[in-house]
Design a protein around this ligand. Structure first.
Ligand code: PMP
Length: 368
């Protein structure tokens, strides 16, 4: 046991936190970072300028608390999403992780449960546990192809108070059909569960993949969460948001900390949203690289999972750790998501993809 860990264990820590390790992918100083599904393109110059000006206007008033209701931000987010949504339908927080935490704080908690479909976003069980919510691992997504029938059955049997559907799913990249969302919503009628569709990667979907935003009307327990961390290239800003019936957003007002979105965050996000066309301009390039990665991996004899996101999960590796380490030694950091024989890589720029595919190819050749 490390000295630091031993000191921690002497503290009067909550029993359920004892022995736990903090969540976090390695943050290493490596030239090519393809491990946490960021947008690897920098913020374009015009947007950077607009953000600096907006933040600088706010600095004068930093002696005051920010707009607790982040009205301008909700207005901009509603406009960006469309679908007839109004500011009353919007909620935001410091990253969609915090949005999800708010949902669990309001609708989960001791004596309540949440269901997700592994392999899926690893923060769901952690957020559930930190809010005292029991986490149920639903079956049916083991081959990354959750269908309406299995999902509805698992949700009905679980009686869970919250349902996490992730589409496109992290780590597989697979998008769900709207039939899955509809079936799950119906199946959760008895439990009156909050059904969350986590669409953190929605902007990268192939054309033809439809967002669950189109199902919101008339479904007051349905929530669609999004983020500015991925397509918007704003992971450092920490801005996630959701669209829902206004009463769900009202419930979240009961659990958020006062003034949880800083004036700086609001200013940066608003400036970014007024330039969303410029920020999203690289989404198409990223999708091209994503599809190029899939094709390249197939050529290398590996088994990539079809992806609607800005990353690709691939299998067919005898020794994923050797490959992960070999890539790292070659200056490319990707992610071991703990699925046997698999690794996950983020789609970045053309050059980053080339280095990734060439380094991987050389490592696989060496193994033969
Ligand atoms: N949902 C999914 C599926 C994710 O992959 C991530 C980030 N990895 C998040 C939510 C959280 O993103 P953020 O807090 O940066 O908005």
């Amino acid at each position: 046991m490390s000295e630091q860990f031993e000191r921690l264990s002497r503290l009067p820590l909550r029993d359920d936190l004892r022995g736990k390790h903090p969540y976090g992918a390695p943050q290493l100083d490596v030239p090519i970072l393809l491990n946490v599904n960021e947008n690897t393109y920098g913020v374009p110059d015009d947007v950077r300028q607009a953000i600096v000006e907006a933040v600088s206007r706010e600095v004068v008033g930093l002696n005051r608390y920010p707009d607790r209701e982040f009205t301008e931000l909700r207005t901009n987010l509603a406009r960006y999403l469309g679908h007839g949504l109004t500011p009353e339908n919007l909620w935001a927080a410091n990253g969609s992780n915090e949005v999800l935490q708010h949902l669990l704080q309001a609708f989960g908690g001791p004596g309540r449960s949440a269901i997700g479909f592994p392999p899926t976003y690893s923060m769901y069980p952690l957020l559930a546990s930190s809010t005292g919510t029991r986490y149920i691992a639903g079956r049916g997504n083991e081959k990354f192809d959750l269908n309406a029938e299995d999902a509805a059955r698992e949700v009905r049997q679980s009686g869970a108070n919250l349902v996490f559907l992730c589409s496109p799913n992290n780590p597989s990249g697979s998008a769900l059909g709207l039939d899955v969302v509809e079936a799950v919503y119906e199946a959760s009628e008895d439990a009156q569960a909050i059904v969350i569709v986590d669409e953190a990667y929605a902007e990268f979907a192939h054309s033809g993949t439809v967002s669950a935003l189109s199902l919101l009307a008339g479904r007051e327990r349905l929530v669609v969460s999004r983020t500015m961390s991925k397509a918007f290239a704003m992971a450092g800003t920490r801005l996630g948001y959701l669209a829902s019936a206004p009463e769900v957003a009202d419930a979240l007002r009961l659990v958020r900390l006062p003034y949880h979105l800083s004036a700086i965050t609001q200013a940066a996000a608003n400036a970014a949203l007024t330039h969303s066309d410029l920020l999203l301009a690289n989404v198409e390039n990223i999708k091209v690289q994503r599809d190029r990665i899939v094709a390249g991996l197939l050529q290398l004899g590996l088994t990539p999972v079809p992806s609607d996101a800005n990353f690709v999960l691939f299998g067919g590796l005898d020794d994923p750790h050797r490959i992960w380490q070999g890539l790292l030694d070659g200056g490319v950091l990707i992610r071991d998501v703990g699925i046997p024989g698999h690794l996950r890589v983020t789609a970045g720029t053309e050059t980053e993809t080339t280095v990734f595919l060439e380094t991987l190819g050389a490592l696989l050749e060496r193994a033969v």
